[in-house]
Design a protein around this ligand. Structure first.
Ligand code: FEO
Length: 410
């Protein structure tokens, strides 16, 4: 990523990884990602926020050279996951005498994840300030957004919030300045689904805290800056609501001999008749990119009301692709009202029970399983239509209750 000025004496010096296709070895990336790093110069001291992923460290070193940074006073670790702190040791060699700065939790995790002694850190507390002379960095711990150590730092004089992983997006657009806000929000939503959704309540609290600041920019550790902080703060406000934003039904399906696909087709026809939004994710369309279908499903779960798994029974279990989707959804803990399992079977009838057993963390009311022996008959299709109408009615009633609750709170 090119060296870019944000405001006078504050620069983006991070790295981009435009061709990265998977994050955490399971989450698909549409547009690569970035590992942001920021250089802040004060009248007396300077600081580097977040050395980057070691694999891309040369980009950071090049940017610092281009800036002519001969001496570095502080390296601030906001989070010890390697994509932001993996380059710390090399930076310490490059700039002898540099002081590491982090919270006690950062220092603790640095000792295990980076094998850096805790004693190397100048510990900062929540709310503490670090003076660079004419500029002040104020620290705010944001535990479990998404690790215990995540920290934000507020450059008060310039109204910039360096937000660590919170408010990030996986988007390598070649610049810290992004011109396509809709795309940035789409990628931020997919990112939220994997990184932040399991910690919805914490994110809700931190979003409210951030909204109270008077900010010019939010500078996350992944993806472009938010030039208009309201864009991402409003999105997070929606994503972290206590109730789903939309009534949408997410259908994650796989079919071997078209029987389950036919069931899904019937459900989709009925959803269309009822004018209920839905999204379809074919888990078996391309086995070599199952993670892409599941990643798309995960992003949809951020603001949907129901998740229906549709799978044939393979021996006695749901199809492995469906099990994978279930395990991912279970891990990410989406905020859902209803869950369902439907599918075709040959002789074993316990696939729905197996699905429920492998998704213990999925919250929502499970509908009765809808199982069809072999290829669906006209009678089976009527059962599917009834099932779909019942689901839609439940969602509509829940949404009406939510609307009444919101009105009461207003
Ligand atoms: Fe982007 Fe939690 O590291």
């Amino acid at each position: 990523m090119p060296l870019e000025k944000i405001v006078d004496r504050v620069y983006s010096v991070g790295a981009q990884h435009a061709d990265r296709q998977l994050f955490d070895a399971f989450m698909p990336l549409h547009s690569g990602t970035t590992y942001n790093s920021y250089y802040v110069e004060g009248s007396e001291k300077n600081a580097l926020i977040d050395p980057v992923e070691p694999e891309k460290l040369s980009q950071l070193l090049h940017a610092l050279e281009e800036l002519g940074v001969k001496k570095l006073d502080y390296i601030i670790n906001l989070h010890t996951e390697q994509d932001h702190s993996g380059g710390t040791a090399v930076l310490m060699d490059r700039y002898p005498g540099v002081q590491l700065v982090g919270t006690a939790k950062v220092a603790e995790l640095a000792s295990t994840h980076l094998r850096l002694s805790k004693d190397l850190y100048q510990i900062v507390k929540d709310g503490e300030e670090l003076s660079l002379g004419d500029r002040t960095l104020c620290f705010k711990s944001i535990p479990f957004a998404h690790w215990p150590d995540n920290t934000m730092v507020h450059l008060k004089e310039e109204k910039i919030l360096f937000s660590s992983d919170l408010f990030g997006s996986h988007l390598a657009s070649g610049s810290i300045w992004n011109r396509n806000t809709a795309k940035q929000l789409r990628e931020a939503k997919a990112y939220y689904s994997e990184i932040m959704m399991p910690f919805r309540l914490q994110c809700k609290k931190y979003t409210a805290w951030t909204k109270a600041l008077d900010l010019k920019y939010i500078a996350p550790s992944h993806g472009p800056l938010w030039k208009n902080p309201e864009d991402i703060l409003e999105a997070y406000s929606d994503w972290t609501l206590d109730m789903p934003k939309s009534g949408k039904v997410v259908i994650a399906y796989v079919s071997m001999h078209e029987s389950t696909a036919e069931m899904v087709q019937e459900m989709v026809l009925e959803l269309n008749r009822l004018d209920m939004p839905y999204s379809l994710h074919n888990l078996g369309a391309n086995p070599s990119s199952l993670s892409f279908a599941v990643g798309e499903m995960a992003a949809d779960l951020v603001d949907s009301s129901a998740l229906i798994f549709a799978s044939p029974t393979v021996l006695t279990n749901p199809h492995p692709a469906c099990q994978y989707a279930g395990v991912v959804a279970d891990t990410l803990k989406p905020r859902l009202r209803y869950l369902g399992f439907m599918g075709s079977y040959g002789w074993a009838t316990k696939a729905a029970e197996r699905m429920k057993a492998i998704t213990p963390q999925l919250k929502g009311e499970w509908l009765d399983p809808l199982m069809v022996e072999g290829y669906p008959t006209e009678e089976d299709k009527e059962r599917i239509r009834v099932y779909t109408r019942d689901l839609v009615q439940r969602i509509q009633e829940a949404r009406a209750r939510d609307a009444a609750k919101l009105e009461q709170q207003a």
